[in-house]
Design a binder for this molecule. Structure first.
Ligand SMILES: Cc1cc2nc3c(=O)[nH]c(=O)nc-3n(C[C@H](O)[C@H](O)[C@H](O)COP(=O)(O)O)c2cc1C
Length: 731
């Protein structure tokens, strides 16, 4: 909430002030160049703290018939207003030690005068100055809110210079540049506000302190200014301006502006006759001026120049970011607060079927005027106003919960709802599995047994995402609550894949773990990729068994564990080279290696390595980190030709093997625990994490991932799943 307030303010402020800010930033860039170009002239030939005012006055008087004034500029140049031999008044830069003329002071280039006027007042005089003051204030507000957003994004003030998460370039460089220039921009804006306030006399200026001194009659009179102690002791570095006396009349004084005061000095005795100390506010004004203009300090001028350029970049990148954010907003659900909703939809989905129907339900209920909140089963909590809970969940593995629902049962037992709840559970599953909709059945049972939970409809099961079945439920439930629920989704109805012939090219013997590798080739040309499933119906059975495919060249490589009672594995093991079998390829797009992934962590145990054998066989420059757990070293020897030997010299493929029954007795999650840095790096670099193997292993790995992300990460499992950075295919 706080984050969105800051982001919203940052955006609105930037939008309102954008045009003026653009003018101020461009002119700021030009004006920042001026002190750099000026300093580059190099008339600061002497160190001013080693030359006395007396010396300079002496030499300049020797060189010119008449001198009216001296000025020590912020650039360290000494400027004199003199009368030349042609009786012309002229401003010249001089060598403070010799009085020699270094150059005639040129008129300020027109571009800088133009830029100054535009920068200060937009050529609108007082009104323009007011505008500019307001813009400076807005810039200050933008910079401060931006700073807060930066701290939030980087995870705290101390982590401001920590690694920036990879994102699209505009966002990434918005963050990178703001780390360097946010403070200079705050300084520019603050001093801009200050200078404007000062211009409009909004800053109280205290009276200056004037002290008059009476001169001593017996004071020593000197012939030469160089001999007068005051002039001998005052170094040029303390001097800002000197106005020379018009004549030798003792009533005519040197009027000298020093860094902290103004003094009138008797030209013959060196006595100070009058002194005016500047108030503190004067020093603040001076510092503000230097900080805002960079006058006299090349280094700061360069910082100001870069900061002004960065403001232009922030305006561009901020525009791109806002457009992206707004277009994304249109695509995502804008949900009310969970505690304001009467209807709660809880989802458990592995491959998105239940989720897409849940979204349709959300939209239908919302269109029917209900206040609805939708979340994952894992994020179950107490809902202040909830009266209806609808659960859409699939079943995975062997009758188990999908990843985003695996914590539900545990949480449900500890959380109580404030109101009585009317509930309905819809189970998504497949009759092909022995444990048809088992998880939904378990959830329904749990709710039934819970006091305060009243079933609104009995458990409804959906076989293979059947549209007619879900619509039927929609009609029944809609009737109960008086809302039409068409539950239309854009889900394509999956056609049952056609059976085709596959030839057995090779089948190995069983290894120590009773697993074998079988290589098949489609008889007719067919398209498939690693991660898809090969479905076979063993003789004398009606239910298909699916095996994860590794595509190696044009062949299908399956890694199978032979179960003594397993009809599918026994059938495959009975096949000899040359045999032809009927099977179909089921596309399993949720477990494909993303084409764009430049880094992938592949986590497997046992035969779960199968799809990865094929995914590694790519020409793409992906960096692979393969964590593979097996019981013993001997368990993996069977795969050496496909893995260790094949990629032995490939620097892109890194293997981390763990054995649970020998050596260190490590499980795959133990090996991952010590290489958490790899997980974090791959997530940060927008790579993918893929898990294939037993559900028990998957759960342990997800626990580790969750723990790792909560300690060091900037995201969570749900977001990784949503963005496709975490893919699981376990059984
Ligand atoms: C590896 C795997 C295991 C599955 N296990 C079961 C199961 O035990 N029981 C079941 O009814 N359905 C099982 N299914 C089928 C899914 O539950 C079904 O396809 C469901 O529509 C998926 O919904 P989702 O995309 O929302 O996760 C399994 C599917 C796969 C790919």
């Amino acid at each position: 909430m706080t984050l969105s307030i800051w982001r919203y303010s940052h955006f609105v402020l930037a939008l309102v002030s954008s045009l003026f800010l653009l003018v101020a930033a461009i002119t700021g860039v030009i004006l920042a160049i001026e002190p750099i170009a000026h300093q580059a002239k190099g008339y600061d030939v002497r160190k001013l703290d080693g030359i006395s005012l007396g010396t300079t006055i002496g030499v300049v008087k020797e060189n010119y018939d008449e001198v009216f004034a001296l000025e020590v500029t912020t650039a360290g140049f000494v400027k004199a207003a003199v009368l030349t031999s042609e009786m012309e008044t002229q401003d010249v830069y001089i060598d403070a030690l010799t009085g020699e003329t270094l150059a005639i002071v040129q008129e300020r280039p027109a571009i800088y005068s133009f830029a100054t006027n535009l920068h200060r007042s937009l050529f609108l005089k007082t009104l323009g100055r007011v505008f500019v003051g307001i813009i400076a204030f807005l810039l200050l507000a933008i910079a401060v809110t931006g700073f807060l957003l930066l701290i939030q994004r980087q995870g705290g003030l101390r982590k401001i210079f920590a690694r920036v998460h990879k994102d699209y370039p505009e966002l990434r460089y918005h963050v990178v540049l703001s780390r360097w220039f946010i403070i200079p921009i705050i300084i520019i804006a603050f001093t801009g506000v200050y200078l404007s306030a000062e211009k409009f006399e909004l800053i109280p200026s205290p009276e200056t302190e004037l002290v008059e001194y009476t001169s001593q009659d017996d004071a020593v009179r000197y012939d030469r200014v160089t001999e007068i102690p005051f002039f001998k002791e005052t170094m040029l570095s303390e001097v800002r301006e000197v106005a020379f006396p018009f004549s030798s009349d003792p009533e005519e004084y040197y009027e000298i502006a020093l860094s902290d005061k103004e003094v009138y000095v008797n030209q013959a005795t060196g006595e100070i006759v009058r002194s005016t100390t500047y108030p503190f506010i004067e020093a603040v004004s001076k510092i503000s001026w230097v900080l805002h203009t960079g006058e006299g300090t090349v280094l700061w001028s360069i910082v100001l120049l870069l900061a002004s350029i960065s403001i232009l970049y922030f305006m561009y990148s901020g525009c791109v970011m806002s457009i992206k954010r707004l277009s994304k907003k249109g695509r995502t659900l804008k949900m009310p607060d969970k505690d304001d909703c009467e209807y709660i939809i809880l989802v458990g989905s592995e491959t998105g079927t239940s989720h897409s129907y849940a979204r349709a339900l959300y939209q239908d209920l919302t269109a029917g005027g209900k206040n609805v909140f939708m979340t994952m089963l894992n994020t179950y909590s107490a809902f202040a106003k909830a009266q209806h809970i609808i659960i859409f969940t699939s079943t995975y593995g062997e009758g188990e919960a999908p990843t985003n629902a695996r914590k539900f049962i545990e949480k449900f037992k500890t959380i109580s709802q404030p109101n009585e709840i009317a509930y309905a559970v819809v189970g998504f599953g497949s009759r092909e599995y022995a444990d048809y909709c088992k998880f939904a059945i378990q959830v329904d049972g749990l709710l039934q047994a819970q006091a305060g939970f009243i079933p609104q409809l009995p458990l409804h099961k959906i076989d293979n995402g059947d549209v007619a079945q879900i619509k039927e439920w929609g009609a029944q439930y809609g009737k109960r609550i008086g809302v039409t629920l068409p539950l239309d989704t854009k889900n394509k109805v999956k056609k049952a894949a056609a059976l085709q012939d596959f030839k057995v090219l090779k089948r190995t013997q069983l290894n120590v773990d009773e697993t074998f590798i079988i290589t098949l080739q489609p008889v007719k040309k067919t398209s498939f990729i690693s991660g898809d499933l090969l479905a076979i119906i063993p003789p004398d059975t009606t239910v298909a068994r699916q095996y994860s495919i590794a595509r190696v060249g044009d062949t299908i490589v399956l890694s199978v564990k032979k179960h003594s009672m397993g009809k599918g594995s026994s059938y495959l093991y009975s096949l000899n080279e040359g045999a032809i079998i009927k099977a179909s390829i089921d596309e399993n797009s949720h477990f494909h290696l993303p084409k764009k992934a430049r880094q992938a962590v592949m986590i497997a145990n046992g035969t779960g390595i199968a799809p990865f054998i094929g995914m590694l066989d790519t020409k793409a420059p992906t960096e692979f980190y393969v964590f593979w757990g097996s019981r013993t070293a001997a368990s993996t020897a069977l795969y050496d030709d496909y893995l260790l030997k094949k990629y032995a010299t490939n620097p892109r493929v890194h293997f981390y093997k763990s054995h649970s029954r020998e050596g260190d007795k490590q499980y795959v999650q133990d090996a991952l625990r010590v290489r958490r840095d790899i997980l974090l790096k791959v997530i940060e670099d927008k790579g993918v994490i893929m898990i294939c193997g037993s559900l028990a292993m998957q759960n342990d790995v997800l626990d580790l991932l969750e723990e790792t992300l909560s300690q060091y990460g900037t995201t969570d499992i749900a977001s990784l799943k949503e963005s496709g950075q975490l893919k699981t295919d376990c059984y």
